[in-house]
Design a protein around this ligand. Structure first.
Ligand SMILES: Nc1ncnc2c1ncn2[C@@H]1O[C@H](COP(=O)(O)OP(=O)(O)OP(=O)(O)O)[C@@H](O)[C@H]1O
Ligand SMILES: [Mg+2]
Ligand SMILES: [Zn+2]
Length: 321
């Protein structure tokens, strides 16, 4: 067992065996889920996620009993397989912790309690950044924090094999390792094909459209530029890859849309597709067609206001906030 000593000569346990049942303890906003994200997603059982699974609302307290039951079923299956599992909930109540310790013991899996050391003032401040359905009232956060701190001296007595402070653990490496592995796989640096031209697709449109994306070989639709489509069920969007935007060698996509000039026109018209929002707007008829260029009629000169700054403003605000 790895132990270090603080100035007060309190032994500090930093052991996390494998397998282990890891029980995070801390108030709302203490950073449990952020810390839990350093383990593989399949290893983390987050009570909020189970609440969302049974009720569609992560913050629905009335769903807690069903969520706990579902979580415990999955935990039981993992413990049977001796799989390291992180349980992400506040765990401020002794009875809840006792149930977890008992379950792990039945399967001979060691237990580790990890206490989040975040100051209560910070936990409270962090609630203000949350949407109202996820924000926990300040007095509840303070009560949780007091319960967590009060529980600490008794955790060994409750049967935890290891009692650890999150502040003492080195978890950045596994987080960066997984992120780095994923990036290397995307780039094809792990010996597999990688994403190739889909890297640009993902950067522009995000992960959600990647599985729907298909390059259409040999299409002449876009004047010789590479054509792709996004198809799902009855829906189909067609896009062109442009490799010399504004004559500056920039890469980007145009979306096939309707002619902005003549309702009767059936010639291809192209709208720059800057993001997944352009795709949504095209589907819902909300597309601003001032940027649309018909291959026969050109653009709609009457409609030529410069909307680029309007588009950019919210992003500029977000960056400077
Ligand atoms: N190591 C960190 N560095 C910077 N910010 C952090 C860190 N850990 C957590 N935070 C911030 O605190 C916020 C709350 O963290 P998190 O959601 O992980 O708390 P939690 O304990 O899971 O809360 P809850 O019990 O309500 O689910 C995060 O959105 C993040 O902004
Ligand atoms: Mg959380
Ligand atoms: Zn036209």
């Amino acid at each position: 067992m790895a132990r270090t000593f603080t100035a007060t000569l309190q032994p500090l346990d930093t052991t996390i065996p494998d397998p282990a049942l890891i029980v995070l303890i801390g108030a709302a906003g203490s950073g449990k889920s952020t810390f839990a994200s350093t383990w593989a997603p399949s290893q983390v059982l987050e009570l909020d996620a189970f609440r969302a699974m049974v009720s569609d609302e992560a913050g629905d307290q009335a769903a807690t009993a069903d969520a706990v039951a579902a979580l415990r079923t999955v935990l039981e299956a993992r413990l049977t397989r001796k799989k390291t599992t992180v349980v992400d909930a506040t765990h401020c109540e002794r009875a809840v912790r006792a149930g977890l310790v008992q379950a792990a013991r039945r399967h001979g899996v060691p237990t580790v309690s990890v206490l989040m050391g975040t100051p209560v003032s910070l936990c409270v401040i962090r609630q203000t950044a949350r949407t109202s359905d996820r924000a926990v009232p300040a007095d509840t956060v303070r009560a949780q924090h007091t319960a967590a701190v009060t529980a600490f001296p008794g955790l060994r007595g409750e049967g935890f094999d290891h009692v650890v402070f999150a502040d003492q653990l080195h978890r950045l490496e596994p987080l960066l390792q997984r992120a780095s592995d994923a990036r290397r796989a995307d780039l094809g640096w792990d010996g597999n094909p990688g994403l190739g031209p889909l890297l640009l697709v993902r950067r522009v449109f995000g992960d959600a459209v990647l599985p729907l994306w298909r390059w259409v070989e040999g299409s002449t639709l876009a004047g010789g530029d590479r054509v792709a489509e996004i198809t799902l069920g009855a829906d189909r969007l067609q896009l062109a890859l442009r490799t010399d935007i504004d004559g500056e060698g920039d890469y980007g996509f145009d979306l096939l849309t309707a002619c902005p000039v003549d309702d009767e026109c059936t010639a291809p018209a192209w709208t720059p597709a800057h993001s997944v929002t352009t795709l949504l707007d095209a589907l819902t008829g909300a597309l601003n067609d001032t940027d649309t260029v018909c291959t026969v009629h050109g653009d709609d000169q009457d409609d030529q206001d410069d909307d680029l700054e309007d588009l950019a403003a919210p992003y500029a605000d977000a960056v400077h906030a």
